[in-house]
Design a protein around this ligand. Structure first.
Ligand SMILES: *Cc1c(COP(=O)(O)O)cnc(C)c1O
Length: 224
């Protein structure tokens, strides 16, 4: 199967249920991204700022770039002029920096709060209580150049579909709770970014609106 075939097959599967595809192109060359682009894909995800910058410079300007990995505060300034969505926001400090750089660029930057749902030590993210605390803080309310459009989570890398389903279910429940408590009147709070190559079908059953798929499109990665 070519990249074109993979894109078409996945889009066919997910667009019928109104789920959007983030094609995660980290470590992959520009020619692979262009093949996906020519198959109609416009949203691409990267997890390294430097790599995203190089690709942004070289590739068509109507690509919407999503940062899917952990973002360090000191790198926000490089992506602030063009980033379409930041998936991995996991602290107020980072949000304050994104707001500052967005203001400098005269923009409002869309962000997802990354919530910790996995049964693993290595994953970044906010606990449920920390997310609520952030949303209720005065510092957060004062930020006018960021917009929280939803939540993101990464399930445990597990062979057990029941466990993955439960983790996505918990995130969906939190999403609904946060929506009704803090964003009831904001239509823009609507994205639930969950699901990768191995678990996106389960994620869609649990209400995902954005799936982040790399290896099922571009083939396996040696690193990253
Ligand atoms: C790499 C990555 C993906 C894509 O993973 P695949 O298993 O290749 O689909 C999705 N989300 C994040 C946060 C990633 O870092």
């Amino acid at each position: 199967m070519s990249i074109t075939d993979n894109i078409k097959a996945i889009k066919n599967e997910i667009e019928s249920v109104a789920v959007k595809l983030v094609a995660v192109s980290k470590t992959k060359p520009n020619e692979d991204i262009l093949e996906a682009y020519n198959a109609g894909q416009r949203i691409f995800g990267e997890n390294q700022v430097q790599e995203m910058l190089e690709k942004y410079e070289a590739l068509p300007k109507d690509i919407q770039w999503h940062l899917v990995g952990h973002l360090q505060s000191n790198k926000v300034k490089y992506i602030a002029p063009f980033i379409s969505l930041i998936h991995g926001v996991d602290s107020l400090k980072l949000l304050i920096e994104i707001n500052k750089q967005a203001l400098k660029n005269n923009r409002v930057i869309d962000c997802l709060l990354q919530i910790y749902i996995a049964d693993e030590e290595t994953k970044f993210g906010l606990g449920f209580d920390e997310a609520i605390e952030l949303l209720e803080s005065q510092e957060f309310t004062a930020l006018k150049n960021i917009r929280i459009v939803g939540l993101m989570g990464i399930a445990t890398n597990s062979e057990n579909p029941k466990q993955i389903k439960e983790e996505f279910y918990e995130l969906q429940t939190l999403f609904k709770g946060i929506k009704s408590s803090y964003f009831r009147n904001e239509d823009s709070f609507k994205e639930l970014s969950m699901g990768m190559s191995a678990d996106y079908s389960i994620a869609i059953e649990q209400g995902s609106t954005l799936v982040r798929i790399g290896s099922d499109i571009f083939g396996s990665r040696l690193v990253g």
